[in-house]
Design a protein around this ligand. Structure first.
Ligand code: 26Q
Length: 804
């Protein structure tokens, strides 16, 4: 089913056909946008047959479909992704070249689909890729936000946000499905009528489907990402219109459209906003209605639903799926409550992504009743059934709040964490009591990343070297990278490995120069921390170490320093004041340090604006050192950590999240470990004044804090960071002060290691060779086997022909 048979001449004709008939342009008037759209549409055409074929096979098999419900899909760009999966990359490049267009330039014209905040949303995108590559019939369900994650700009070093507008241009990849739409009800009241509870909603909006095909490796299979847009039930209120009140006439439309207007940019604080709850119910209800309609059109007997439907909840954001499914089974299909709950639970599973108490979703009960009165009653029934069945004292509704974590757990047949450590902590902390009530329900599925995007596509130099060294079978069987181990002492191989890294560093340097006018020293170590800005991720500790290093360099300017570029990237939630102060401080410190003639050949800080998926694709292959330095016990998994290791960047990191498993795979000698363990963190918090003591014990740290506090980096506003520093000395919940010395020492070990070029390259290559296990194909196979019981409908990869 691969499209390798399309020649570049034929494909060029297809691009021109779209230019003419879809864009209405001729060659002489075509803009970059026109070329990009024509290329995308020509590629999309090639996905349609595999997509239909997959749908047909799914229908014939009458087996199970997986439904992945997620508020976020952080997709990024799609042109290269689709071209690579179709085996059409070269053909597309040649066809464009024949038309006088540069493939790279056209590809870069595509806006990122930024329908997510960070790790959770990107994980969903990697999972969609793997579900298709593995040939598991699946739908992703989410929201078609009109505005994705905000764009970040710096004004005098401070973060400013502007609205993202990816849909201002036509979206090339989607198919609008006006005929697929469902009413979504809100508010009103529940009446008892003839012994039945009947919901009389106050408002209704329509959920309207937009489908994007997601094609897997070599186009063996394609699934669907179905995103819902909110639309009014009627275009406008004709009565008002006829009265001449045109504003009132369009009120229902405005109201409806706010629901899918914008992605909430918070990723760790539960904001408790009514619109957020409406968004959650909106897309969850549409998805459940859609999958029930599909099931009923094929099978009929709803008691069999769990044999045909596996619903995965990506965190608690779609946790209303439980009560919604129970509601539909009871109110529309005559189930009695116990049977409805059992049937729903047979379908549902829940993935937890955080232990941070402030991130756990809870809704004020009065708000919940106002928006979803029927579901409130159903949750009471679910809670009663749970209490009766287990004798537990864990409630879903407590102290005037509806707790979505407890709801998701109780309604799921399996609950999983996202790394080995995290899953253990889920058992021991947030869900300890429920774990006792339902032993065996909590399992682990360590996260993974798609090697198609995160190695094959984003790192051509390394891809080519790997192909030449171990063959071309690895993109859908990543454990084959182990074959590189045998070359770890081969000087020729290591040379080529280093050349690939150098080429990627040069690419990054050129890109940064063109974008921001920044010059990088290609011989320097590129030390990179890219992720959302959060106190627990400790970008601040990285900055403190940078300042301490700067001090040491100035104290001793003639020593043999290892040149470093400290690269930061990431956005802060707009309302997260401390995170924004940290961004400001990094930029302020960059200004002073980068201008210092004493250290300028050895130390530079770079913080490019507006970090996103596409920037990650340039930064990660160019990285020498991966920063994964969260407070142990706080980062559920991390997935950036896997991307760096795969692209040949050793980690400096704590024993947190999947770092633990990465270190086991690559070997302790190829990982720069530092810091307290999760257990030590918990113990240290009990020590009175632990932060003050740590600062007193570390003159190096004390000096840095004094510099920041007294305005060395903010001369025009000397008190700017007094609060930030006082917060560290007095609270330091994330133990930056306690881990500082250990981190600083580990960084000096890194300096020494980097100075030995051959040994460093070997370490980098061994990272690549040994992290094949972190493919999201492995993760999805685990979900399919342990949770979904969903088979693949394509031939096992060994029995297929390898295509180079
Ligand atoms: C909740 C309520 C209201 C508004 C927003 C939210 C919200 C939105 C997004 C809460 C959390 C998120 C995202 C969380 C997230 O990205 N978690 C990360 O998930 C990754 C994939 O499992 C892990 O690798 C990371 O460790 C984890 O931080």
């Amino acid at each position: 089913m691969s499209n390798l048979s399309v020649s570049s001449q034929e494909f060029r004709a297809e691009i021109l056909r779209h230019l003419k008939h879809s864009l209405g342009k001729d060659e002489s008037h075509a803009s970059l946008y026109d070329w990009r759209m024509s290329l995308s549409l020509a590629l999309r055409d090639l996905v349609v047959d595999p997509w239909f074929e997959s749908t047909r096979k799914t229908y014939e098999a009458r087996g199970k479909r997986v439904y992945y419900l997620s508020m976020e899909f952080l997709i990024g760009r799609l042109i290269e992704d689709v071209a690579v999966n179709l085996g059409m990359e070269k053909v597309a490049e040649e066809a464009l070249a024949a038309l006088g267009q540069d493939y790279g330039t056209v590809v870069a014209n595509e806006p990122d689909a930024a329908l997510g905040n960070g790790g959770l949303g990107r994980l969903a995108a990697c999972f969609m890729d793997s579900l298709s590559t593995l040939g598991i019939p699946a739908y992703g369900y989410g929201i078609r936000y009109e505005h994705g994650l905000f764009e970040q700009h710096f004004e005098d070093g401070a973060q400013m946000e502007t609205a993202e507008t990816w849909l201002a241009q036509r979206h090339a990849w989607e198919f609008e499905r006006p005929e697929v739409s469902y009413p979504i009800d809100f508010g009103g009241h529940v009446a008892d009528e003839d012994g039945k509870s009947v919901w009389h909603p106050a408002e209704t909006v329509m959920a309207s489907a937009y489908d994007t095909p997601v094609v897997g490796w070599l186009a063996q299979w394609a699934n669907t990402l179905r995103l819902w847009a909110a639309k009014p039930t009627t275009a406008f209120d004709l009565e008002s219109f006829n009265r001449g009140d045109y504003m009132a006439a369009s009120a229902p439309e405005a109201l409806a459209r706010t629901i899918s207007r914008v992605l909430y940019p918070d990723d760790t604080t539960n904001i408790g906003k009514e619109l957020r709850l409406k968004q959650e119910y909106f897309f969850t209800s549409a998805s459940i209605q859609d999958l029930l309609r599909r099931f009923l059109s094929e099978d009929g007997d709803l008691r069999q639903l769990p044999e045909h439907v596996a619903i995965q909840l990506n965190d608690t954001h779609p946790a209303i799926a439980g009560p919604e499914l129970v509601r539909l089974l009871m109110d529309e299909h005559g189930f009695e409550v116990g049977q409805a709950i059992t049937t729903a639970r047979g379908c549902l599973a829940y993935t937890n992504h955080t232990l941070l108490p402030e991130a756990l979703e809870r809704w004020p009960e009065d708000l919940f009743i106002r928006v979803l009165p029927r579901h409130h009653r159903i949750i009471q029934l679910i809670e009663a059934a749970h209490l009766a069945a287990t004798g537990s004292d864990v409630r879903i509704i407590e102290h005037g709040e509806v707790k979505m974590g407890e709801l998701a757990f109780i309604m799921a047949h399996h609950v999983n964490g996202v790394s080995a450590l995290h899953s253990e902590l889920v058992k021991q902390t947030v869900f300890a009591d429920l774990h006792g009530d339902y032993p065996g329900r909590i399992i682990n599925q360590t996260n993974g990343i798609t090697p198609r995007r995160w190695l094959y596509t984003c790192n051509p130099p390394l891809r080519n070297l790997i192909n030449e060294t171990i063959g071309t079978g690895w993109p859908d069987d990543l454990q084959q990278l182990e074959g590189l181990n045998a070359h770890a002492n081969d000087a020729g191989f290591l040379d080529r490995f280093q050349s690939a890294k150098d080429a990627n560093k040069a690419r990054l340097s050129n890109w940064l120069k063109a974008r921001d006018g920044v010059d990088l020293d290609p011989a320097a170590m590129f030390d990179v921390q890219i992720k959302r800005i959060h106190e627990y991720k400790r970008q601040l500790m990285n900055l403190l170490e940078t300042v301490a290093l700067w001090n040491d360099m100035r104290d001793n300017p003639n020593a043999d320093w290892t040149p470093r570029v400290k690269i930061f990237g990431g956005k802060a939630a707009p309302g997260y004041v401390v995170a924004k102060e940290i961004i400001h401080l990094i930029n302020d410190a960059a200004k002073v340090i980068n201008a210092d003639p004493v250290t300028k050949d050895y130390l530079q800080i770079v913080y490019p604006e507006n970090y996103n998926v596409s920037m990650a694709e340039i930064l990660i292959p160019a990285t020498d050192l991966s920063e994964q330095i969260s407070t142990a016990g706080k980062e559920a998994s991390g997935t950036g950590n896997m991307k760096f290791a795969l692209n040949g960047a050793p980690t400096i990191g704590t024993l947190d999240g999947a770092n633990v498993e990465i270190r086991e795979c690559v070997g302790a000698e190829n990982f720069f470990l530092f810091g307290l363990t999760a257990a030590e963190v918990a113990a240290r918090r009990a020590v009175p004044e632990y932060a003050r003591r740590a600062v007193e014990a570390s003159p190096r740290l004390a000096r840095v804090l004094t510099q920041i506090e007294t305005g060395v980096f903010s001369p025009s506003d000397k008190g700017r960071y007094a609060g930030l520093v006082q917060g560290l000395v007095n609270h330091d919940y994330f133990l930056v002060t306690c881990d500082f010395d250990s981190y600083f020492e580990a960084q000096r070990t890194v300096d020494m290691a980097f100075a030995d070029k051959t040994a460093w390259t070997r370490m980098a290559a061994l990272n690549t060779a040994r992290v094949g296990w972190f493919s999201s194909d492995r993760t999805i196979s685990g979900y399919a086997r342990d949770i979904w019981k969903a088979p693949s409908l394509i031939a096992p990869r060994g029995s297929r022909q390898d295509v180079a």
